[in-house]
Ligand binder design. Structure first.
Ligand code: UDP
Ligand code: MG
Length: 316
């Protein structure tokens, strides 16, 4: 492709060998009916399976495909950042490889883009394709995050969206290397349109976000966009000090009026353990932030390309 395409599809892939062929043929069908030029940008995020060779094979059959190969698994957020950095299009559409984000929606995206929106997000109507545990934890996360963070991330909105070049340029201004994309997308703003869809179950393969990884993802989100968990300790501390002052005064008064009291071991140990626990939680929260500060202060790049092809002339 000698000229920059209008649409860049950005698709991070981690162990997606089973689904890539179906994905590519489905999305190609849809893109070819839009009337715009396009590229399919796949980011191989250090897959352990044959994702890379499958991509290479598909590239041989489809001249719209570009592949970015990361030097190891950096995680979806980093892979997407790599994709946004390398995308050439006027509008960029990040999408999952597993066909959970329906490519048909791209038509609606483009329509709203033509109506003048810089961001068109896809919101899932319900979470029927998720397990009960995921539904509950996701809803708790959004509630908690949105009540303490400066920018809200809309409920049930993933990374599947259309953004214009202007938005990508804004995103690239954010220097942090631990990137919580949902938050970053919201943070940069721009006039946004929401379109709704029903999320399908994975077409093939397995999700790589389970239990522990989702928990850490949630922590990343909260610590990236809010300092409330750090500041709340001032108030917890004040409250406990105040309560213990009142309690202490009561004990002194009681002793003065009623004489010597028999010291109570159970209440004493309960208070000691309670305070010890509270202090450890406070320290732990601080640790979360300090750990992130430490990593951020090293100024390491978000991802490493296995081979940088960004400046190479296209072979065709
Ligand atoms: N992904 C990635 N790197 C990772 C994990 C996931 O690039 O370390 C990609 C994955 O290939 C898929 C997308 O991110 O295209 C969403 O992942 P997944 O379907 O596992 O997440 P879920 O849909 O369960 O949230
Ligand atoms: Mg998925």
């Amino acid at each position: 492709m000698s000229q920059a395409p209008v649409i860049s599809i950005v698709c991070p892939c981690f162990n997606e060998q089973e689904v890539l062929e179906t994905f590519t043929s489905k999305i190609t069908d849809i893109l070819s009916t839009t009337g715009y030029t396009y590229e399919l940008l796949f980011i191989n995020d250090g897959s352990k399976d044959n994702t890379f060779s499958v991509l290479k094979k598909l590239q041989g059959e489809n001249r719209h495909i570009r592949i970015i190969n990361l030097s190891r698994n950096f995680g979806k957020e980093a892979a997407m950042t790599a994709g946004l950095d390398q995308a050439l299009g006027e509008v960029i559409i990040p999408i999952d490889a597993d066909l959970q984000d329906p490519p048909e929606l791209i038509h609606d995206f483009l329509l709203e883009w033509k109506n003048g929106y810089d961001v068109v997000v896809a919101r899932r109507k319900d979470r029927s394709s998720d397990s009960l545990a995921k539904k509950i934890t996701a809803s708790l996360f959004y509630k908690f995050h949105n009540s303490i963070a400066q920018v809200e991330i809309p409920d049930n909105v993933g990374d599947f969206r259309l953004i214009t070049r202007k938005v990508v340029t804004a995103i690239q201004l954010l220097p942090e290397n631990q990137r919580f994309m949902k938050g970053i997308f919201s943070w940069v703003g721009f006039n946004t349109k929401v379109v709704e869809y029903t999320r399908a179950p994975r077409a093939a393969g397995e999700t790589s976000f389970n239990g522990w990884r989702l928990w850490n993802f949630a922590l990343d989100g909260i610590t990236s966009f809010s300092t409330v968990p750090l500041r709340i300790w001032l108030y917890i501390g004040l409250f406990i000090s105040f309560a213990s002052f009142i309690y202490g005064s009561i004990i002194i008064l009681k002793t003065l009026i009623m004489g010597h009291d028999v010291p109570g071991y159970p209440s004493l140990i309960a208070v000691v353990l309670f305070l010890g626990g509270i202090q450890l939680v406070g320290l732990g929260v601080m640790g979360e932030y300090i750990g992130r500060l430490y990593i951020e202060s090293k100024r390491r790049p978000t991802y490493i390309l296995e081979k940088d092809t960004s400046n190479e002339k296209d072979a065709e």
